[in-house]
Design a protein around this ligand. Structure first.
Ligand SMILES: [Zn+2]
Length: 209
């Protein structure tokens, strides 16, 4: 119970701190949100998207799932993407992977993980199709690091083919697609790919196979 109670206490302290210098901090945000970014991250508790980027409430629209994946059949992310791009008009869509990702580790192994194996199937496919690039890695650590990059590139590629994104691009240049890998051990973001604004550019992101 003490851990749960701590959350409520922290919240009261945080709200007081935010209004100490700006009494209208929350009131200003009450009517609407105008975020510049949609960030698609992993559910991993060690990847605090707003905290690690200094984003304030209202600046970042967020979707999280295991392995920061973009599925063309996932109504959840399709809805998030459509709302973020067409209603909120975000300027940037960022896929944020991370080091030491449990989803990527699990997808590499032969063991059964129960229901989550369905969700890992696309990552397993990626591992199969990118086996030459992964097998060229000198050790397991380098392989996992490479896979985290490939997974982010794969998701940016899928985003670039989404009707929502293609429709937005046909009417201008928003949004830009980006791929990051956050290093849990250092707290720093590695920029894997930036400013993808065409399906042609996205297609060339992954090694040919
Ligand atoms: Zn993860």
């Amino acid at each position: 119970m003490k851990y749960y109670q701590k959350l409520i206490e922290n919240n009261a302290q945080w709200a007081a701190e935010m209004t100490a210098n700006d009494p209208d901090f929350f009131a200003k945000r009450e009517a609407k949100q105008t975020p510049h970014y949609l960030v698609i991250g992993c559910s991993d508790s060690r990847v605090p998207l707003e905290m690690m980027t200094g984003a304030l409430p209202g600046e970042m629209f967020v979707h999280r799932n295991i392995g920061n994946q973009v599925w063309e059949t996932d109504m959840n992310i399709l809805s998030v993407l459509q709302f973020a791009v067409h209603v909120l008009d975000v300027e940037h869509v960022i896929v944020c992977g991370h080091s030491n990702c449990g989803a990527l580790k699990a997808a590499q192994g032969p063991q059964s993980n129960g229901l989550v194996d369905h969700w890992l199937s696309d990552i397993r496919d990626l591992i199969r199709t990118q086996r030459p690039a992964l097998d060229a890695c000198p050790d397991a650590e380098a392989r996992l690091h490479r896979l985290s990059h490939l997974n982010v590139l794969q998701q940016v590629g899928i985003l670039s083919r989404m009707p929502t994104i293609l429709d937005a691009w046909s009417r201008g240049r928003r949004p830009m697609l980006h791929g990051w890998v956050y290093d849990i051990g250092t707290g720093l973001i590695e920029r894997v790919v930036e400013q993808v604004d065409s399906a042609e550019r996205a297609v060339a992101l992954l090694p040919a196979h």
